[in-house]
Design a binder for this molecule. Structure first.
Ligand SMILES: Nc1ncnc2c1ncn2[C@@H]1O[C@H](COP(=O)(O)OP(=O)(O)OP(=O)(O)O)[C@@H](O)[C@H]1O
Length: 321
């Protein structure tokens, strides 16, 4: 369990993390999402005592990280996969860490096997690919068999087989009752991996809710309806409380009523329908909507015509654990 309370970190005039509070529960995978520079790594570093909060506090399994007698067996962290002595072999790196933390050598062999590093374990880390470095970082995090795992961008640089492996690994670690907190930029991957999501933008929490709740609340959910009597149908739908928008004649987008209800309403009034399509939003779309106002580094649109501009309300989701 990780409990973050009113955590703030300032670097000079820059507020990297701004009064953040959330809990990462055991037994599930919690994803930590946010645009570049949102404050994810800073928050994670404060959780493991690598950065001192300007205000606020954070505990892991009931105590501040530094107060644990054997932190490596409480919390395993992958924060910077490159922070390994490059002249050593993976095996020697893990062996040295195990020796200084009272961890048996048998565990070194176990984590090498768990992370698929057997064939390269004796090679110098300096020659590792990005993916192999990530696997070694995960092996280090698992070394103390910790109850809590903190993984910053664990799938970064991994091939599809590696991405699948991380997904299965973190899900199985969570199913054993461990606390798993991982950040990622890959929304589609997070949708498959995480049960609960914390979204941060410009140092503030934008959402803290189960994935299903974030998806359900996103404005992308709705029903697309085409009808030659669209105006009449919109008038019939309005009293039900559902929201109806239209970007072109004959096309309606309905939020707050399901396809069956719209179809029945149309039939009862003799309205002809040409299309009735439920649209489910993706986590990626929900995330883009949540963070639209928090992105510091915008890219220029590519291609001659981007998607149509839709103004979306800002959604703030909290709670619901
Ligand atoms: N040591 C530091 N000194 C000054 N500013 C910092 C320092 N570390 C982070 N920052 C700033 O704090 C903000 C949050 O950075 P952080 O690395 O936590 O974001 P992030 O969400 O992990 O981003 P990314 O997804 O790009 O890794 C950024 O604006 C960053 O420039």
């Amino acid at each position: 369990m990780i409990e973050v309370q009113n955590l703030t970190k300032r670097y000079g005039h820059k507020t990297a993390v701004d009064g953040v509070s959330f809990t990462v529960a055991p037994g599930i995978v919690t994803g930590f999402l946010g645009p570049n520079g949102a404050g994810k790594s800073t928050t994670m570093r404060m959780i493991v005592g690598l950065d001192r909060p300007t205000h606020g506090s954070v505990t892991v399994n009931g105590k501040p990280y530094a107060a644990h007698r054997s932190p490596l067996t409480e919390v395993g962290a992958l924060l910077d996969a490159k922070a390994v002595h490059t002249g050593r072999s993976a095996y020697n790196h893990l062996r040295a860490m195990a020796a200084t933390h009272g961890i048996p050598l048998s565990r070194v062999h176990e984590v090498i096997e768990m992370t698929g590093l057997q064939s390269v374990a004796k090679k110098r880390v300096g020659g590792f690919s990005l993916g192999m470095g990530q696997r070694l970082g995960i092996a280090v995090a698992l070394l103390g068999n910790p109850r809590t795992l903190l993984l910053d961008e664990p799938v970064n640089g991994l091939d599809p087989e590696g991405v699948l492996w991380v997904r299965q690994l973190v899900r199985s670690l969570a199913s054993e009752g461990r606390t798993v907190f991982l950040s990622s930029h890959l929304m589609s991957e997070m949708a498959l991996t995480a049960d609960h999501i914390v979204v941060i933008g410009r140092g503030k929490i934008l959402a803290d809710a189960p994935v299903s709740q974030i998806l359900a609340a996103a404005s992308g959910n709705g029903v697309r309806v085409r009808s030659p009597q669209a105006t009449l149908l919109a008038e019939l739908i309005a009293p039900t409380g559902a929201q109806v928008t239209s970007s072109e004649p004959g096309l309606l987008y309905v939020n707050g009523a399901d396809a069956a209800a719209i179809g029945e309403l149309a039939a009862s009034s003799g309205v002809v329908l040409h299309e009735l399509t439920p649209i489910e939003t993706t986590l990626e779309a929900a995330y883009m909507e949540l963070t639209a106002d928090s992105v510091e580094y915008h890219s220029a649109p590519t291609g001659p015509s981007g998607p149509p501009a839709i103004s979306r309300p800002t959604t703030t989701l909290t709670g619901g654990k």
